[in-house]
Design a protein around this ligand. Structure first.
Ligand SMILES: Nc1ncnc2c1ncn2[C@@H]1O[C@H](COP(=O)(O)OP(=O)(O)OP(=O)(O)O)[C@@H](O)[C@H]1O
Length: 307
């Protein structure tokens, strides 16, 4: 379990993270999403005690990260795979981590196996690793102590499609065994498949959080009837937003039950009535972070330039 309460980080006048609160429950993969510079890494660094908070608190397994005894055995952290010492071999990196956390060195080989690094690759210097191999090594370091919690900043960066699928299975399996996972990623499709809960941040503030189903569910209904024009008229009279779709049927800004009632009152026979299709994560992300995305700022500037 991770609990973040009113966490704030100021750099001079800039609030990189502004009064952020959320929880990450065991048994789930929680995705942490936001545009560039939204405050994901700063939040994760504060959770891990690497960046001091201006105010607010973060607890991991009930305590501030730095108050955990031997945190490497309880929390697996991967914040920057590129930051590993390039002069050491992969095996040396893991051996040092095992020594520092008191993990049996016998776990090194099994962990290398889990992350798909061969013995030969583990004998090479990290400086010669691809980004994907560094991510695998970073995950191996995180998993070495057999932790209960994983905190991973962009772990899928640089992985090939097979690597991404492998990581997805690994995280599902970890959460399925009761583990807690907080994961940030820009790869929305990947996030949609791996995370079952989402926390969305924009300009340092939480803009949405909840289960993936809750957040992706669209309000409203789709309806088709024997007389769509009469049904649309009845719904508009009841002040309900209606849009006639070119493909047939109506998109209605009301719950299916209310649409059914309006149809019954108007004496219209329904052919189809269902909740609106859920939207994709990309659509939700762009909608929630529209004000915060750099792209919207660019469009503004362009509009101001005289033709
Ligand atoms: N050490 C620092 N000094 C000053 N400003 C900082 C510092 N670290 C981060 N920031 C600022 O804080 C804001 C949030 O940065 P952060 O790296 O947490 O965002 P992010 O969501 O992880 O972005 P990205 O997806 O691009 O990695 C940004 O505006 C960034 O410029």
């Amino acid at each position: 379990m991770i609990t973040v309460e009113h966490l704030t980080k100021r750099y001079g006048p800039v609030a990189a993270v502004d009064d952020v609160s959320f929880t990450v429950e065991p048994g789930h993969v929680t995705g942490f999403l936001g545009p560039n510079g939204a405050g994901k890494s700063t939040t994760m660094r504060m959770i891990c005690g690497l960046t001091p908070a201006t105010s607010g608190s973060a607890r991991v397994l009930g305590k501030p990260f730095t108050a955990l005894s031997n945190p490497g055995r309880r929390v697996g952290v991967l914040l920057d795979a590129a930051a590993q010492h390039s002069g050491r071999t992969g095996r040396e990196v893991l051996t040092l981590a095992a020594m520092m956390t008191g993990v049996d060195r016998a776990r090194i080989d099994s962990t290398l196996d889990v992350v798909g690094l061969t013995q030969r690759e583990a004998a090479r210097r990290v400086g010669q690793y691809s980004l994907g191999m560094r991510q695998r090594l970073g995950l191996a370091s995180a998993l070495l102590g057999d932790p209960e919690v994983l905190i991973l900043d962009e772990p899928a960066n640089g992985l090939d499609p097979a690597g991404i699928r492998w990581m997805r299975d690994l995280l599902h399996d970890f959460a399925g065994r009761g583990g807690t996972v907080l994961l940030s990623s820009h790869l929305l499709r990947e996030m949609e498949q791996v995370a079952d809960r989402l926390v969305v941040i924009g300009r340092g503030r939480i803009v949405a959080q909840g289960t993936k189903e809750e957040l992706l569910r669209q309000a409203g209904a789709f309806v088709r009837s024997t007389d769509d024009a009469a049904l649309a008229e009845a719904l508009r009279r009841a002040d309900v937003g209606v849009e006639a779709l070119t493909t047939g049927g109506l998109a209605v800004e009301a719950e299916p039950l209310d649409v059914g009632r309006a149809a019954a009152a108007a004496g219209v026979v329904l052919a189809e009535l269902r909740a609106a299709d859920s939207r994709g994560l990309e659509e939700l992300f762009l909608e929630l972070t529209a004000d915060d995305a750099r792209e919207s700022a660019t469009v503004h500037t362009r509009q101001e330039v005289p033709a």
